[in-house]
Design a protein around this ligand. Structure first.
Ligand SMILES: NC(=O)N[C@@H](CC(=O)O)C(=O)O
Ligand SMILES: [Zn+2]
Ligand SMILES: [Zn+2]
Length: 427
């Protein structure tokens, strides 16, 4: 079947917006045609007029929680996939902190099977580093890779033991697989629900210090140097972590890193009160940390943007700042937030934002997508850069409503998403 997206505004190699017709055949981008070349759509083609809209490669999110199996009241692979497609994502990598933990080949296969059944976005499962993410015993990396896992991580908790992490990196290196780390030193965070700092002091809460994250980043960088593994740092939130990653890259250690929209947009000074929709791990840090993360993203120290989409039920989030689980949803607000606050304000290039959500994750993880060119899979997102709309969690496709961005007036809403040429979302 032939599909054509006409008059799409696409970013060229110089990062300028140029108008193209995108011709798709059997799920692959066949050609990009100049609109003024006296060209007309072949008969029977399915045409989408994209005049006035940006079309980008489908967005890629390498850090998400789909909650299935085990926590289907928070999200399922289907609802999470739908939420992703609505946010413009076509490829997502899901974390293994499910029930059971994705520490066995059967669960990897189950996730892949459910994702295929849903048929909405490409779901790449991560597998756990340690059995049940308990940090005691390594999982069977070889079997997990054979089942389809794309990397190893104990996201949700840090691997506390350095020897365990080093052994994991050695094995991952042998299999040419990345190790993805949630960096958190437990002995420094006990009882904390927000960052150490002003907000914690004002409300008498135990604070989570910056070094609880950066100590693991520093340790793991040294272990990555020793083992030669591809080491990827999850949800960087502190100035210290950015500094350590920058230095590691300078000396040629294979380290990459991700940052979330909320850590680029919010500090602990923005938290309005004891509302657990502002509680996530790592916590919102100081304005100085936010600045360091932005700088890190701009100079490439932080390679990619991820959402860490972490849906929780309303009853769970209603337990208050200290008792509620960590995490906020992310798919359906990520692009509009970053576009509105950084691109529309003239601070960032549109091309940089799009790269950090498409071609950069594809490069870092070796994925065959994330590019809008002949021969690439037709994973595409059409975005309305003009219409302003307030964030309304009631409209989310996700089961999760846990966002701190309710009511924010944003532009840059995805309006249509294609995965392998199939329309998977349309506003
Ligand atoms: N980020 C979060 O606040 N929560 C995540 C776990 C994690 O990403 O560490 C979750 O699973 O809910
Ligand atoms: Zn984490
Ligand atoms: Zn996570």
């Amino acid at each position: 079947m032939i599909q054509i997206i006409t008059n799409a505004s696409v970013l060229n190699e110089q990062g300028e917006q140029v108008s193209k017709h995108i011709v798709i055949e059997d799920g692959i981008i066949k050609t990009l045609v100049e609109p003024d070349a006296g060209w007309s759509a072949p008969e029977g083609a399915e045409v989408t007029d994209a005049a006035g809209k940006l079309v980008t490669p489908g967005l890629i999110d390498m850090h998400v929680h789909l909650r299935e199996p085990g926590f289907e009241h928070k999200e399922t692979i289907e609802t999470g996939s739908r939420s992703a497609a609505k946010g413009g994502f076509t490829t997502i990598a899901c974390m293994p902190n499910t029930k059971p933990v994705t520490d066995n080949p059967e669960t990897v296969q189950l996730v892949l099977e459910k994702a295929r059944e849903a048929g909405i976005v490409k779901v790449l499962p991560y597998a756990a580093i340690t059995v049940r993410e308990l940090g005691r015993e390594l999982t069977d990396f070889e079997a997990l890779k054979a089942a389809g896992a794309v990397g190893f991580t104990d996201d949700g908790v840090g691997v506390q033991n350095a020897k365990m992490m080093k052994d994991a990196m050695r094995r991952a290196k042998e299999l040419n697989m990345p190790v993805i780390a949630h960096c958190e030193e437990n002995s420094l965070v006990e009882g904390g629900s927000v960052t150490e700092g002003k907000f914690a002091e004002q409300h008498g809460l135990i604070g989570i210090p910056n070094e609880s994250e950066a100590i693991h980043v520093g340790r793991d960088i040294l272990l990555a140097e020793a083992t030669g593994v591809h080491y990827h740092v999850c949800h960087v939130s502190t100035e210290q972590s950015v500094r350590l990653i920058r230095q590691a890259k300078e000396v040629g250690i294979h380290v990459t890193a991700e940052v979330c929209p909320h850590h680029l947009l919010l500090s602990d000074e923005d938290i309005p009160g004891l509302d657990a929709n502002w509680k996530m791990n790592p916590p919102l840090r100081s304005p100085r940390d936010v600045e360091a993360c932005i700088e890190g993203l701009l100079d490439g120290t932080l390679d990619i943007i991820v959402t860490d989409h972490a849906p929780h039920a309303a009853e769970e989030k209603a337990k208050g700042m200290e008792m509620a689980p960590f995490g906020i949803v992310g798919f359906e607000t990520a692009f509009p937030l970053l576009y509105t606050k950084f691109v529309a304000t003239g601070k960032w290039d549109l091309a940089m934002l799009v790269q950090r959500m498409t071609s950069d994750p594809a490069r870092v993880f070796g994925l065959n997508t994330g590019r809008l060119e002949e021969g690439a899979p037709a994973d595409l997102t059409m975005i309305d850069l003009e219409t302003e709309k307030a964030v309304n969690p009631e409209e989310f496709a996700s089961k999760g409503r846990n966002t701190p961005f309710t009511g924010w007036k944003l532009k840059g809403w995805p309006v249509k998403t294609w995965m392998d040429g199939k329309v998977v979302f349309e506003a």
